[in-house]
Design a protein around this ligand. Structure first.
Ligand code: PLP
Length: 396
């Protein structure tokens, strides 16, 4: 009786979850301190104290009905206004509440963007490997095709030649994710300008608008003073998907937003269409309490400095040992080359040392592995000798 399609999806095991479960089982056998689980991308730092204080303030002295109530579909006006003002300070933009649509995290933001752009199964959204595996699920939910451009493994930057030949009359959007999960790659201003030029040309050629969907949950986690370009400044038809999951370390509260810039061709219809797409996906509104909290905390982040320290330590140590890895510019992942062609076999071998990593196959990039370093720094320090043993084994 169940949907065959959904039943099929339910059987596609999340490799990341499986590794995580393995880690839990293994911890029971050898002790949690001896299992080095680098599989899950869960923030390892607490939310800033202001998050809890603000939540308490609204619970203790806010309107007891409104604080737990439905909100308007696009989100609480004052919260959207606060988010717009925070963005304006940061990016020198002129957003108002009318440009902000609150969502249940970046997941819902991307899902709603897909649903809002897609008409039928022939429609395509293009993205680049390596990519966040849930994009396939969002495409399935929207009923379109996710076209994946193979990874450019020298730099994990955009392969413009391949992108140019992949765009066709069915292309609805190009989905980018910078800083990237899993490679940590960050796109520069020049890259975004080049993408904007290509898409402007292709819009003329195909005779219809092609959106950039910019998925930015790691926007605040960038290293070594890198400045992240604000994509709508370079290309009008941009939808930015943001999340407070990583920036405020509140992934369980499920809160984010979409920016719909006034310059976008379909601006007048965007928010109503997001609302309709949300309804199609059974979203009603976003939890009121945490809307209020992020509205008050929009200018804050958790203390994200540990990620830079972890990146420096882990990247330098692994590359010194001989692992091949592109240096991440942001997010909290390393994406080194596996030490044998089959990354699954490599990850199995690493398990011998209780080192848990995710094969790149899950991200559309076989032969590589994802290492999440959102862990306490001392876990990395303890794991490094094991990475040395692992690479030594391959040298024998
Ligand atoms: N997009 C990317 C690239 C991610 O890595 C994640 C979560 O890890 C999401 C979207 C979903 O984030 P959220 O928790 O805000 O739904």
């Amino acid at each position: 009786m169940l949907s065959k399609k959904v039943l099929e999806l339910s059987k596609q095991h999340s490799v990341i979850r499986d590794i995580f479960e393995f880690g839990m089982e293994r911890a029971k056998e050898v002790g949690a301190e001896n299992v080095f689980d680098f599989s899950i991308g869960n923030p390892s730092v607490p939310a800033p104290k202001e998050v809890d204080e603000t939540a308490m303030k609204y619970i203790e002295s806010g309107d007891p009905v409104a604080v737990h109530g439905y909100t308007s579909n696009a989100g609480i006006f004052e919260v959207r206004d606060a988010v717009a003002k925070s963005l304006n300070k940061r990016f020198d933009t002129a957003y108002s509440a009318d440009n902000i649509f609150m969502t249940i995290g970046a997941a819902a933001a991307v899902g709603i963007c897909f649903k809002s752009l897609v008409d039928g199964p022939e429609d395509e959204i293009i993205t680049f490997a390596p990519y966040f595996p849930e994009y396939q699920v969002y495409a399935e939910g929207a009923g379109c095709k996710l076209t994946v451009i193979p990874a450019e493994t020298e730099t994990f930057q955009i392969d413009f030649e391949r992108l140019k030949s992949a765009i066709n009359v069915h292309t609805k959007a190009v989905l980018i994710n910078s800083p990237n999960n899993p490679s940590g790659a960050v796109y520069s201003r020049e890259t975004i300008q080049r993408l904007a030029e290509l898409l402007t040309e292709k819009q003329k050629e195909t005779g219809h608008s092609i959106y950039i969907i910019s998925d930015e949950p790691y926007r605040e986690i960038v290293y070594d003073g890198i400045e992240l370009p604000h994509v709508p400044k370079y290309y009008d038809n941009t939808l930015v998907c943001y999340s407070f999951s990583k920036s405020l370390s509140i992934p369980g509260e499920r809160i984010g937003y979409i920016i719909a810039p006034c310059e976008a061709e379909d601006y007048a219809d965007l928010l109503p269409v997001f609302i309709a797409s949300g309804r199609l996906l059974s979203y009603v509104s976003v939890p009121a309490l945490y809307q209020k909290v992020v509205g008050d905390c929009a200018d804050l982040t958790a203390d994200l400095s540990v990620y830079q320290a972890n990146k420096d330590l882990f990247y330098n140590a692994l590359t010194d040992m001989g692992y091949e890895c592109v240096e991440p510019g942001g997010a909290f992942y390393l994406f080194p080359k596996a030490l044998e062609p089959d990354a699954n076999a490599f990850c199995e071998r690493a398990k011998k040392y209780d080192l848990l990593m995710v094969p790149g196959d899950s991200f559309g990039c076989p032969g590589y592995v994802r290492i999440s370093y959102c862990v306490p720094t001392e876990r990395i320090e303890k794991a490094l000798p094991l990475f040395q043993k692992l690479i030594d084994e391959y040298k024998e």
